[in-house]
Design a protein around this ligand. Structure first.
Ligand SMILES: *Cc1c(COP(=O)(O)O)cnc(C)c1O
Length: 386
């Protein structure tokens, strides 16, 4: 096998712990749908999905029919289900219905088209009606609800009414609570209307990670958990609410699943006053030794970490010197003895007693955790470890 310039390890034990913690928070009954859009938030669908199945997960959510196909390829359990929450092109509908993939419907015209294709395929479409509750992203407006329910009920041979759902507009931030409460009220009001019709869905669901961890009133029959399963807190607010609820001052009930590593490519002695790499952004303040790292912004390492990031070598922090290039960057290893070509370099993760957290990246770059991980290129090999 030809070697890639870096590798990502996924911890099975961390993942198991994270799902146990989520289960503890939501109780015994709700289905956990593992949200694996964006290549499982950069963790790699192909490696991650079987790991989640090992933890007992049998429901996966994605953002497109292409991602649904990726998950289908990765599944190892015959009873695992896939749900598309986002873009579903009409051309893909026959494949989706044929393969019993569940999907969100959020406008009336879509329902009519789905009915026609379901009829042609000869199988019912398994749908989740996404309701507009105030997020103003996707969602069926309440003015169209009666019409939609009547249409589905009249054509019930062609629909499996699997769920009604909504998505909160920023529940991870306490500043948005007034809006979230109104969304929840609106959802309940619309659900009462559906109930009155007598044509009922199997499941109701509204909760994402933040909702599932901190707002029990949002946990219904299924939760759609992305961020938290990877061991990432959705926000400081949600972490602080957990501490408050448990009366602790510090806790780490979820663990980062991902470790990202590469190795030292080259070592260079640099004389005082020399510049390192492109341009003049780093001038050696003294004689120093730098290690060249075979990773750059094209590999998902943010360019904004130029002169600001750290990596771990021999368990010690080595600061980035100069600009992050497309395929390489340099770090200062003057204070780390005996660094050699081929030594392990930790970009994200733990080495001895030091850790590079995903949060440490985002504090510098203003990106959110999810942005950093979801942009890690699919070409980096992922491997499950204990
Ligand atoms: C991404 C997404 C989720 C998961 O959100 P997390 O905050 O990462 O848990 C849930 N529902 C929908 C509709 C989403 O798009």
């Amino acid at each position: 096998m030809v070697k890639h310039s870096s590798r990502i390890y996924l911890s099975q034990s961390a993942l198991k712990q994270n799902f146990s913690f989520i289960r503890e928070k939501i109780g015994h009954n709700p289905v956990i749908s593992s949200v694996v859009k964006a290549n499982a938030f950069g963790h790699g669908i192909g490696t991650f999905v079987p790991m989640a199945e090992k933890c007992g997960i049998r429901h996966f959510s994605v953002a497109s029919s292409f991602e649904a196909w990726e998950v289908k390829e990765a599944l190892t359990q015959p009873d695992s289900k896939v749900m598309i929450m986002g873009i579903l092109y009409p051309d893909d509908l026959p494949w989706v219905i044929e393969n019993e993939i569940e999907f969100f419907v959020f406008d009336f015209a879509q329902l009519e088209r789905v009915k026609k294709v379901a009829q042609e395929v000869g199988k019912p479409a398994i749908i989740h009606l996404e309701l507009e509750t105030g997020g103003n992203r996707t969602g069926l407006p309440s003015a169209h609800l009666d019409k939609a329910i009547r249409f589905m009920s009249k054509n019930r041979d062609h629909f499996q009414f699997e769920g009604v759902c909504t998505h909160f507009a920023g529940i991870e931030s306490l500043a948005n609570q007034f809006r979230i409460q109104r969304q929840l009220q609106k959802f309940e009001e619309m659900y009462r209307k559906i109930k009155k019709s007598g044509y009922l869905p199997k499941l109701r669901h509204t909760a994402c990670s933040a909702a599932a961890l901190a707002f029990p009133e949002t946990v219904m029959d299924l939760v759609r958990v992305g961020t938290a399963q990877f061991g990432l807190w959705p926000s400081p607010d949600i972490y602080n609410m957990h501490l408050q609820q448990t009366g602790k001052t510090k806790d780490s009930p979820i663990k980062r699943v991902m470790t990202w590593k590469t190795d030292v490519m080259h070592i260079k002695e640099v004389k005082k006053d020399q510049f390192v790499g492109y341009g003049t952004s780093f001038q050696a303040p003294r004689d120093m030794k730098v290690a060249v790292i075979p990773i750059g912004y094209s590999n998902g390492y943010p360019r904004t970490l130029s002169n600001r990031g750290y990596v771990l070598i021999h368990g010690k922090k080595a600061p980035v010197t100069g600009l992050i290039n497309m395929n390489v960057f340099m770090v200062d290893v003057s204070q780390i003895p005996d660094v050699e070509i081929g030594d392990d370099v930790v970009l994200i993760g733990k080495q001895n007693n030091n850790t590079i957290t995903i949060k440490s990246f985002t504090e510098v770059t203003n990106a959110i955790n999810n942005e950093l991980v979801s942009r890690l290129p699919a070409a980096i090999p992922r491997r499950a470890v204990r």
